[in-house]
Write a protein that binds this ligand. Structure first.
Ligand code: 6PG
Length: 242
């Protein structure tokens, strides 16, 4: 696996780096470019940045949008990752409706995981017999979760399933998530992490400190792709080696 850590002085710089990765990836693709979006506060900032600064600079119609995870709520609920992505980015850019593949959070989670797995199989080219995303965008929880893979479901990095029903261990909110198997089959996986509340978990994962192996994000290691950690200086506050 090829991995790198990029530390930015400001949010703006971190978001610029992501935009650069997206533009670079799009250039190398003649057909559709498949991206999995994320929920969370830093991905939300990114969406706003892309809508404002890159509205006309990106061939949006080439991109097919999927989600890394969804909360089990209707699409007009404030908790919906789709709603957040739609309001901050998708409604602001020129993109055909058929390029948007949302997870139906309003459906039964098990059935929806099966339905969305079929959507992935039929719409994303495969590699190693698995859908191969061009880019998976991920946030990082203070507890080390990513997408909706929490500490009690690290086995989702070893399953043969593409999607799974999950639950937030504290709030019990039901979720639907891509499994680690699909995430690790992507060409590029990018963590977007900002703020000092994340510095301890970032240090534990990247410096393999005690307990790193209990944190789901430690298992994000694309098999043949590239892993990029985009951090701001606060989130990187305890890193020494990079
Ligand atoms: C979600 C997520 C989740 C999120 C992290 C980080 O829907 O909640 O996809 O994995 O990205 O919890 O979220 P924050 O950036 O808000 O801390």
């Amino acid at each position: 696996m090829n991995s790198k850590v990029i530390i930015s002085k400001s949010h703006e710089e971190l978001l610029e780096h992501f935009a650069g990765i997206l533009v670079g990836g799009l250039k190398n693709r003649n057909d559709h470019y498949n991206i999995a979006l994320s929920g969370g506060s830093t991905p939300k900032l990114l969406n706003k940045y892309l809508a404002e600064k890159c509205r006309f600079g990106i061939s949006w119609e080439k991109i097919k949008f999927f989600w890394g995870d969804e909360r089990c709520v209707p699409p007009d609920d404030d908790e919906s990752n789709y709603k957040m992505s739609y309001e901050t980015l998708l409604s602001k850019i020129d993109i055909p409706a058929e390029n948007i593949f949302r997870i139906h959070g309003e459906n039964d989670p098990e059935k929806e995981s099966a339905r969305y797995s079929e959507i992935l199989k039929h719409n994303i080219p495969s590699f190693n017999d698995l859908p191969e995303f061009d880019l998976v965008m991920l946030g990082l929880g203070e507890d080390g979760h990513t997408a909706s893979i929490f500490g009690n479901s690290i086995s989702l990095f070893e399953t043969g399933n593409l999607c799974a029903a999950a639950g937030h261990p504290l709030t019990r909110q039901k979720r639907i998530t891509l499994t680690g198997t699909v995430i690790n089959n992507a060409r590029q996986v990018v963590f977007l992490v900002a703020g000092k509340s994340k510095m301890s978990v970032v240090d534990t994962i990247l410096n393999k400190k005690t307990g790193f192996d209990r944190l789901p994000a430690s298992y994000v290691n694309p098999d043949h792709g590239e892993l990029i950690w985009l951090l701001d200086e606060q989130a990187a506050g305890l890193l020494k080696r990079f």
